[in-house]
Design a protein around this ligand. Structure first.
Ligand SMILES: [Cu+2]
Length: 690
């Protein structure tokens, strides 16, 4: 791939609402379109328009004619100014067709041409989604980094009044080259009268929401089979969302709130209201709010229909299948829900993906349609001409407290299945001859106490200019500062004795809360369901003593802040291949700054748990596809073009019941496990990022 191709692909992520012929990259680069590419609006002035935008540019990228001009009629059901939703069946089908079209472009140049041609003719959010999915999955765009969604559509992520300030500042500062810093306030969606507001820092975090978008981009529910049918996709749907719920519930304990109440009854009023305040880029309106005590109703709109009774029927069929221990496919064959494949079948069936569900007509579309019913609660029959609320959009759904109630319900369904399986037995848990003798977690500085970890507020800034359709001609100058939770980096140290020959183990680190919001001790079953995965990695164990050290920043679940907000624009121009690899960041992964729960001022108590399992039972024979530099957060996101790199079911050993009465007995019974008390202390100070 040449740098020009790379550049063209990168430019398509910028300024999503402006026509393709306008300059990008701080006015330095322009795409030169064939006349036939101009939409009707500009067709008569192609020369004038073309000249105007190519005057002072450094780089003109000529775009090839299309060998095959596609009909885009099928996209017209989503208007250019409509909201686009991955939960909407019709939207998903259109997206799937567009992805198929993009995947089918015969070569890279034609792919670029096709995307440039399509960009100004379809809904901009639909385009960005289908384009990103294609870039993430085409073999010839492997090297192209995906731009973080918060940089493409910043208004979906931050308080809109900040943009007014930015616009003003930008016009004053103009082209002086100075950086505009805009402060994004915390706590703008509700006051402290609303208890749920205590979790706003988590729900409205930019990293959390962009992770969620990215996950659903890597794991779409519809599209060409090679894009949808990924190894253990359904299981990962369960596990990634299960971990989000565990983290959210623990975060609630830290803030003196009880666990989320699963939304298992759609017929009663929903006490949690939510007023998002953020703007949709496509129609410049705020996302609709949901008032306190809103009743959910059947949805009957031109863009979708679903009855609450549909969802209830699917729910009952899914639960019946779990109770019976098997599902029925479309020919009536019974397929057992066993320990290995059962969870994967259920994941694809409950989400649901029509491509992979074992019986889409019968088990329906439980999770997605729940999102729809909730997201249209304010205008279920379109009488007020309102679009969906934040629950209808994967970039914004996690902002709303009800997301966790709905997913809390979905999670209880999966947990019911897991609880029906036999508890793990000794043979499935032990690793003969391996003993973990000592474990600790310690903050880097030498004078700190072991097993006391620290969280605080940090003020960081991200460049959001690429997605802003206003401002000085110099992009890359608008920085938004926002305050988010942060943790002091720490190191795990484990001493392990190997009484056998040299071998490999998988080190699995979790933290489990010891008490709930009332300071009541949790039992093993409760701890198991709230266990937070912190890290997973392989270790080489020589005979005798081994000391294992691991940095918190190396975690297999998280990606660093810088990776969530990769710089875009003119300054970002990697050239050599190795440099490219270094820059090749991908946005799927839990944000590192939320790796630890907040804890509290007194120090919230956890069990730090480590287990070393037998790698010969864990390892997976991988296909010989090239390694992908960016996929470090594999626990939640898998590996690109590879199998999920751990043969055990996800969440092992906490995904099934355990044979002991409590965690102390479990660790006592198995030498390859150990635990220690861990305290997470929250320091209520804001520290500027250096
Ligand atoms: Cu999701």
């Amino acid at each position: 791939m040449t740098n020009t191709d790379l550049k063209a692909l990168e430019l398509l992520f910028q300024r999503p609402l402006e026509p393709a012929f306008t300059t990008r990259d701080s006015g330095k680069t322009v795409l030169e379109l064939p006349d036939s590419f101009y939409t009707d609006r500009y067709r008569n002035d192609t020369e004038e328009v073309g000249n105007r935008f190519s005057k002072d540019v450094d780089l003109k990228i000529p775009i090839q004619e299309l060998s095959n001009v596609p009909s885009l009629e099928f996209t017209k059901k989503i208007g250019l100014k409509n909201q686009f939703s991955l939960f909407n069946n019709r939207h998903r089908e259109i997206a799937s067709e567009l992805i198929t079209l993009f995947m089918g472009a015969p070569n890279l140049r034609q792919f670029v041409s096709l995307c440039v041609y399509t960009k100004d003719r379809v809904n901009p959010v639909l385009f960005q989604y289908a384009y990103a999915v294609a870039v993430a999955h085409r073999p010839d765009t492997r090297e192209v980094p995906l731009t973080n969604i918060s940089q493409i559509f910043p208004s979906n992520f931050v308080e809109p009044s900040a943009f007014r300030d930015a616009r003003q500042e930008a016009s004053v500062i103009g082209e002086s080259g100075a950086r505009v810093h805009v402060d994004i306030p915390q706590n703008y969606t509700a006051s402290d009268r609303e208890d749920e507001q205590r979790l706003a820092y988590f729900r409205e975090d930019i990293g959390v929401n962009s992770h969620h978008w990215h996950w659903h981009l890597v794991y779409p529910t519809t599209g060409p089979t090679e894009v949808v049918n990924k190894d253990r996709r359904g299981e990962l749907f369960y596990y990634m969302h299960h971990q989000i719920l565990a983290r959210y519930n623990v975060e609630r304990f830290c803030n003196n709130l009880k666990k989320v109440q699963p939304l298992n009854n759609l017929r009663v009023e929903v006490p949690e209201g939510y007023f998002p305040k953020i703007l949709s880029s496509t129609n410049n309106r705020t996302y609709p709010a949901r008032v306190t005590n809103q009743k959910l109703r059947d949805v009957d709109r031109h863009d979708g229909r679903v009855e609450i009774s549909d969802v209830e029927r699917w729910r009952d069929r899914v639960l019946a299948a779990i109770d019976q221990g098997y599902v029925e496919d479309t020919s009536g064959n019974r397929i057992a829900l066993d320990e290995i494949r059962g969870i994967d079948i259920l994941g694809n069936m409950i989400e649901a993906t029509p491509v992979l569900s074992i019986n889409y007509n019968f088990y329906g579309n439980l999770h997605n349609e729940g999102h729809n019913i909730i997201s249209f609660a304010h205008d279920p029959d379109y009488r007020h001409l309102e679009e969906f609320g934040v629950m209808g959009d994967v970039t914004t759904a996690m902002r709303d407290p009800i997301f966790y109630r709905w997913h809390g319900f979905i999670d209880t369904v999966f947990n019911k299945f897991k609880t029906r399986l036999n508890p793990y037995n000794a043979g499935e848990l032990n690793f003969d001859g391996i003993t973990v003798d000592y474990i600790e977690a310690k903050i880097g500085k030498s004078n700190t106490k072991a097993n006391t970890l620290l969280t605080y507020w940090q003020k960081s800034s991200a460049d959001l200019a690429a997605g802003l359709d206003f401002g000085p001609s110099a992009d890359g100058n608008i920085f938004a500062s926002f305050t988010h939770l942060q943790n002091a980096p720490f190191t795990y140290t484990f001493n392990v004795t190997n009484n056998g020959a040299r071998r490999t183990g998988t080190c699995r680190i979790f933290i489990c809360p010891k008490v709930d919001e009332r300071n009541q001790a949790l039992n093993l079953e409760e701890q198991r369901l709230l266990a937070i995965e912190m890290d997973k990695f392989t270790v080489d164990l020589v005979p005798g003593e081994n000391t294992i050290r691991r940095q918190s920043t190396e975690s297999s679940v998280a990606i660093p802040f810088e990776r969530s907000f990769r710089p875009v624009g003119a300054d970002y121009q990697p050239k050599a291949a190795d440099e490219l690899a270094r820059f090749k960041f991908c946005g799927c992964g839990w944000p590192q700054h939320l790796l630890l729960p907040k804890g509290n001022a007194q120090g919230m108590l956890f069990d730090l748990f480590v287990m070393i399992s037998d790698y010969s039972q864990d390892s997976v024979e991988q296909p010989k596809t090239p390694n992908d530099a960016c996929s470090t957060a594999y626990s939640f996101c898998g590996l690109k073009d590879k199998l999920y790199p751990d043969r055990r079911t996800m969440g092992y050993p906490f995904d099934r019941r355990l044979p002991n009465a409590n965690l102390t007995e479990l660790v006592g019974a198995f030498g390859n496990m150990a635990k220690t008390d861990l305290r997470i202390v929250f320091n209520d100070r804001v520290i500027d990022k250096a």
